[in-house]
Ligand binder design. Structure first.
Ligand SMILES: [Zn+2]
Length: 221
């Protein structure tokens, strides 16, 4: 699974794209709301934390399309009470942020059993994980390892991949009038080439066979 920073970058990206050139004045409050939403599926760490085994209930039904659907209705209702926003795109964005968390985890390295997550629950209880992963995993072994080499590398890959697209979304949202079209297309082209190279460099082949997960990290860290 990506770090909370990786999930938050994705949430900001969805939020900026929802409003693009018409960012509301208090957009930062909405972006904060989206960031919190994007972390909600990881509430399944809490019961494990209470019994001293953090991963015990992780990657359960909170990482599924059913959970994303039900909770996008609940959070959508609170959002409606707050903003009185009737645009369906806002509610689609809320769903995308919630389900996007699962998709990001789906394309990440998972080293603990059960591998993957029940992405299609309640339609299927099966666990799914992508054979090709883009993001790395988070080492939660100890406090010092939280900030160790492994997690620094996980963080670097996330920033390399998500950073440029978030930045582009931000440029589009904030500088609409100041940037001429030619320059904008040039920046867009550069960012997407960079984004593509970063994904290719970070791709790992995951072989799931019992406890055997092998991968070839191309960015050495
Ligand atoms: Zn997660």
């Amino acid at each position: 699974m990506p770090t909370p920073i990786g999930h938050s970058l994705f949430s900001v990206f969805v939020g900026l794209h929802r409003w693009k050139k018409n960012l509301p004045d208090d957009y930062w409050k909405i972006l904060c709301f989206f960031i919190v939403l994007g972390l909600v599926p990881d509430i399944d760490f809490l019961p494990g934390l209470l019994i001293g085994s953090m991963n015990k209930y992780h990657h359960g039904v909170t990482h599924s399309i059913g959970f994303a659907f039900v909770f996008s209705i609940i959070f959508g209702y609170f959002y409606y009470l707050w903003k009185r926003d009737k645009n369906p795109l806002s509610y689609l964005a809320i769903f995308l942020v919630l389900f996007g968390h699962t998709i990001l985890d789906f394309v990440s390295i998972d080293t603990s059993i059960p591998y993957g997550m029940p992405v299609l629950w309640p339609f299927s209880d099966k666990y799914f994980i992508s054979p090709w992963v883009v993001f790395s995993d988070v080492d939660r072994g100890s406090f010092s390892r939280m900030f160790g080499r492994h997690n620094q590398r996980t963080f670097l890959v996330e920033v390399l991949i998500m950073g440029p697209v978030v930045w582009l979304a931000w440029v589009q949202a904030k500088n609409t009038k100041k940037i001429k079209n030619k320059k904008r297309y040039f920046i867009q082209g550069l960012v997407f080439v960079f984004f593509f190279i970063a994904i290719v460099l970070s791709l790992h082949k995951t072989v799931i066979n019992g406890a055997d997960i092998s991968f070839v990290p191309l960015i050495k860290w």
